[in-house]
Design a protein. Structure first.
Lengths: 113, 112
Protein backbone atom coordinates (compact mmCIF):
# COMPACT_ATOMS: atom_id res chain seq x y z
CA UNK A 1 0.00 0.00 0.00
CA UNK A 2 1.38 3.35 -1.03
CA UNK A 3 2.29 5.40 2.00
CA UNK A 4 1.52 8.65 0.21
CA UNK A 5 -2.00 9.14 -1.10
CA UNK A 6 -2.96 12.10 -3.25
CA UNK A 7 -6.42 13.33 -4.10
CA UNK A 8 -8.11 13.98 -6.33
CA UNK A 9 -6.56 11.82 -9.02
CA UNK A 10 -7.49 14.42 -11.61
CA UNK A 11 -9.06 17.83 -11.55
CA UNK A 12 -10.43 20.21 -14.18
CA UNK A 13 -10.95 23.88 -13.31
CA UNK A 14 -11.56 27.11 -15.18
CA UNK A 15 -8.82 29.66 -15.61
CA UNK A 16 -8.76 32.15 -12.78
CA UNK A 17 -10.28 29.79 -10.21
CA UNK A 18 -8.52 28.51 -7.11
CA UNK A 19 -7.98 24.86 -6.28
CA UNK A 20 -6.55 22.70 -3.51
CA UNK A 21 -4.74 19.40 -3.91
CA UNK A 22 -4.41 16.98 -1.02
CA UNK A 23 -1.63 14.70 0.15
CA UNK A 24 -2.03 12.27 3.06
CA UNK A 25 0.88 10.16 4.21
CA UNK A 26 1.71 7.47 6.71
CA UNK A 27 5.49 7.66 6.31
CA UNK A 28 7.19 7.61 9.68
CA UNK A 29 9.51 8.95 10.87
CA UNK A 30 9.12 12.12 8.88
CA UNK A 31 11.87 14.35 7.56
CA UNK A 32 10.37 16.58 4.90
CA UNK A 33 7.60 16.88 2.33
CA UNK A 34 8.03 18.22 -1.18
CA UNK A 35 5.54 19.26 -3.83
CA UNK A 36 6.60 19.01 -7.46
CA UNK A 37 4.98 20.24 -10.66
CA UNK A 38 5.59 18.16 -13.73
CA UNK A 39 4.57 19.21 -17.22
CA UNK A 40 3.91 16.41 -19.66
CA UNK A 41 7.15 15.10 -21.10
CA UNK A 42 9.36 17.20 -18.85
CA UNK A 43 11.19 16.73 -15.58
CA UNK A 44 9.57 17.70 -12.25
CA UNK A 45 9.99 21.21 -10.92
CA UNK A 46 10.26 21.63 -7.18
CA UNK A 47 7.59 23.97 -5.79
CA UNK A 48 8.04 23.77 -2.03
CA UNK A 49 9.81 21.79 0.63
CA UNK A 50 8.68 21.71 4.25
CA UNK A 51 10.18 20.18 7.34
CA UNK A 52 8.41 19.00 10.46
CA UNK A 53 8.42 22.42 12.08
CA UNK A 54 6.96 24.29 9.12
CA UNK A 55 3.23 24.42 8.51
CA UNK A 56 2.98 26.72 5.52
CA UNK A 57 5.20 27.80 2.67
CA UNK A 58 4.43 29.89 -0.38
CA UNK A 59 5.97 30.07 -3.81
CA UNK A 60 4.16 32.71 -5.85
CA UNK A 61 0.60 31.54 -6.44
CA UNK A 62 1.37 28.18 -4.82
CA UNK A 63 0.89 27.75 -1.08
CA UNK A 64 1.63 24.47 0.64
CA UNK A 65 0.45 23.59 4.13
CA UNK A 66 1.56 20.80 6.38
CA UNK A 67 -0.08 19.29 9.46
CA UNK A 68 2.48 16.87 10.81
CA UNK A 69 0.09 15.70 13.54
CA UNK A 70 -2.58 14.50 11.12
CA UNK A 71 0.02 13.73 8.42
CA UNK A 72 -1.71 15.84 5.83
CA UNK A 73 -0.48 18.39 3.35
CA UNK A 74 -2.27 20.51 0.81
CA UNK A 75 -1.18 22.55 -2.17
CA UNK A 76 -3.36 25.56 -2.88
CA UNK A 77 -3.16 27.23 -6.28
CA UNK A 78 -4.54 30.74 -6.48
CA UNK A 79 -5.91 32.41 -9.62
CA UNK A 80 -5.06 29.46 -11.83
CA UNK A 81 -3.51 29.95 -15.23
CA UNK A 82 -3.49 27.73 -18.30
CA UNK A 83 0.20 27.03 -17.62
CA UNK A 84 -0.72 25.43 -14.31
CA UNK A 85 -1.98 22.41 -16.23
CA UNK A 86 0.38 19.67 -15.11
CA UNK A 87 0.78 16.78 -12.69
CA UNK A 88 1.47 17.69 -9.09
CA UNK A 89 3.42 15.13 -7.12
CA UNK A 90 3.80 14.91 -3.36
CA UNK A 91 6.99 13.31 -2.03
CA UNK A 92 7.53 12.46 1.61
CA UNK A 93 10.97 11.67 2.99
CA UNK A 94 11.55 9.70 6.14
CA UNK A 95 14.48 10.30 8.39
CA UNK A 96 17.57 10.60 6.25
CA UNK A 97 19.20 7.67 8.02
CA UNK A 98 16.50 5.33 6.74
CA UNK A 99 16.87 6.42 3.10
CA UNK A 100 13.16 6.21 2.52
CA UNK A 101 11.36 8.43 0.02
CA UNK A 102 7.75 7.82 -0.86
CA UNK A 103 6.06 9.29 -3.92
CA UNK A 104 2.40 9.97 -4.41
CA UNK A 105 0.77 9.02 -7.69
CA UNK A 106 0.13 12.68 -8.44
CA UNK A 107 -2.89 14.81 -9.25
CA UNK A 108 -3.42 15.68 -12.88
CA UNK A 109 -4.66 19.29 -13.06
CA UNK A 110 -6.20 20.69 -16.23
CA UNK A 111 -6.95 24.40 -16.40
CA UNK A 112 -9.40 25.35 -19.14
CA UNK A 113 -10.02 28.80 -20.60
CA UNK B 1 23.83 29.93 -13.95
CA UNK B 2 23.50 26.80 -16.08
CA UNK B 3 20.92 24.24 -15.00
CA UNK B 4 21.26 20.51 -14.50
CA UNK B 5 22.29 18.80 -17.69
CA UNK B 6 21.89 15.17 -18.61
CA UNK B 7 23.38 13.21 -21.45
CA UNK B 8 22.35 11.60 -23.62
CA UNK B 9 18.78 12.82 -23.94
CA UNK B 10 17.59 9.72 -25.75
CA UNK B 11 18.96 6.23 -25.89
CA UNK B 12 17.92 2.94 -27.45
CA UNK B 13 19.44 -0.30 -26.21
CA UNK B 14 18.66 -4.00 -26.45
CA UNK B 15 18.09 -6.46 -23.65
CA UNK B 16 21.25 -7.63 -21.95
CA UNK B 17 23.26 -4.55 -22.80
CA UNK B 18 24.47 -2.07 -20.26
CA UNK B 19 24.10 1.71 -20.27
CA UNK B 20 25.73 4.68 -18.58
CA UNK B 21 23.90 7.95 -18.09
CA UNK B 22 25.56 11.20 -17.09
CA UNK B 23 24.41 14.12 -15.00
CA UNK B 24 26.12 17.46 -14.44
CA UNK B 25 24.65 19.33 -11.46
CA UNK B 26 24.31 23.04 -11.04
CA UNK B 27 27.64 24.59 -10.14
CA UNK B 28 28.17 24.43 -6.39
CA UNK B 29 25.63 21.70 -5.79
CA UNK B 30 27.09 18.67 -4.06
CA UNK B 31 24.02 16.46 -3.82
CA UNK B 32 22.88 14.54 -6.88
CA UNK B 33 19.86 12.25 -6.85
CA UNK B 34 18.63 9.88 -9.53
CA UNK B 35 15.02 8.96 -10.22
CA UNK B 36 13.24 6.59 -12.57
CA UNK B 37 9.89 7.57 -14.00
CA UNK B 38 7.56 5.18 -15.77
CA UNK B 39 3.85 5.49 -16.59
CA UNK B 40 3.03 2.48 -14.43
CA UNK B 41 5.18 3.12 -11.36
CA UNK B 42 5.41 6.88 -11.46
CA UNK B 43 8.46 8.58 -10.02
CA UNK B 44 10.77 6.34 -8.01
CA UNK B 45 13.94 7.23 -6.14
CA UNK B 46 17.08 5.37 -7.19
CA UNK B 47 19.92 6.82 -5.11
CA UNK B 48 21.56 9.99 -3.89
CA UNK B 49 25.22 10.92 -3.92
CA UNK B 50 26.86 13.58 -1.81
CA UNK B 51 30.56 14.38 -1.90
CA UNK B 52 31.35 11.26 -3.92
CA UNK B 53 29.54 8.96 -1.46
CA UNK B 54 26.24 7.19 -1.92
CA UNK B 55 24.18 8.56 0.93
CA UNK B 56 20.74 7.12 0.21
CA UNK B 57 19.49 4.25 -1.89
CA UNK B 58 16.06 3.29 -3.10
CA UNK B 59 14.63 -0.16 -3.60
CA UNK B 60 16.20 -1.12 -6.92
CA UNK B 61 18.23 -4.23 -7.81
CA UNK B 62 21.99 -4.21 -7.87
CA UNK B 63 21.96 -3.84 -11.66
CA UNK B 64 21.45 -0.16 -10.96
CA UNK B 65 24.56 1.56 -9.72
CA UNK B 66 26.06 4.99 -9.71
CA UNK B 67 29.00 7.09 -8.75
CA UNK B 68 29.92 10.70 -8.22
CA UNK B 69 33.13 12.41 -9.16
CA UNK B 70 35.07 15.07 -7.29
CA UNK B 71 33.47 17.79 -9.45
CA UNK B 72 30.02 16.49 -8.34
CA UNK B 73 29.19 15.14 -11.78
CA UNK B 74 27.43 11.82 -11.47
CA UNK B 75 26.94 8.76 -13.61
CA UNK B 76 24.34 6.06 -13.38
CA UNK B 77 24.90 2.60 -14.79
CA UNK B 78 22.37 -0.09 -15.54
CA UNK B 79 23.73 -3.51 -16.43
CA UNK B 80 21.97 -6.43 -18.11
CA UNK B 81 19.13 -4.24 -19.33
CA UNK B 82 15.57 -5.55 -19.18
CA UNK B 83 12.53 -4.37 -21.11
CA UNK B 84 11.11 -2.96 -17.88
CA UNK B 85 14.06 -0.61 -17.57
CA UNK B 86 12.57 1.53 -20.33
CA UNK B 87 11.86 4.80 -18.59
CA UNK B 88 12.72 8.43 -18.16
CA UNK B 89 15.73 8.75 -15.87
CA UNK B 90 15.89 12.04 -14.05
CA UNK B 91 18.74 13.60 -12.19
CA UNK B 92 18.30 16.32 -9.59
CA UNK B 93 20.84 18.41 -7.74
CA UNK B 94 20.86 20.61 -4.67
CA UNK B 95 23.41 22.11 -2.33
CA UNK B 96 23.07 19.59 0.46
CA UNK B 97 20.07 17.44 -0.48
CA UNK B 98 17.78 18.96 2.15
CA UNK B 99 16.48 21.90 0.15
CA UNK B 100 14.98 22.59 -3.26
CA UNK B 101 16.12 20.16 -5.89
CA UNK B 102 16.60 21.17 -9.47
CA UNK B 103 15.84 18.55 -12.06
CA UNK B 104 17.51 17.97 -15.37
CA UNK B 105 15.54 17.28 -18.56
CA UNK B 106 16.05 13.53 -18.18
CA UNK B 107 17.35 10.73 -20.34
CA UNK B 108 14.70 8.70 -22.08
CA UNK B 109 15.85 5.09 -22.32
CA UNK B 110 14.13 2.58 -24.54
CA UNK B 111 15.09 -1.07 -24.18
CA UNK B 112 14.12 -3.30 -27.11
Amino acid sequence: KNQVEQSPQSLIILEGKNCTLQCNYTVSPFSNLRWYKQDTGRGPVSLTIMTFSENTKSNGRYTATLDADTKQSSLHITASQLSDSASYICVVSADRLSDDMRFGAGTRLTVKP
Amino acid sequence: KAGVTQTPRYLIKTRGQQVTLSCSPISGHRSVSWYQQTPGQGLQFLFEYFSETQRNKGNFPGRFSGRQFSNSRSEMNVSTLELGDSALYLCASSFTGEETQYFGPGTRLLVL
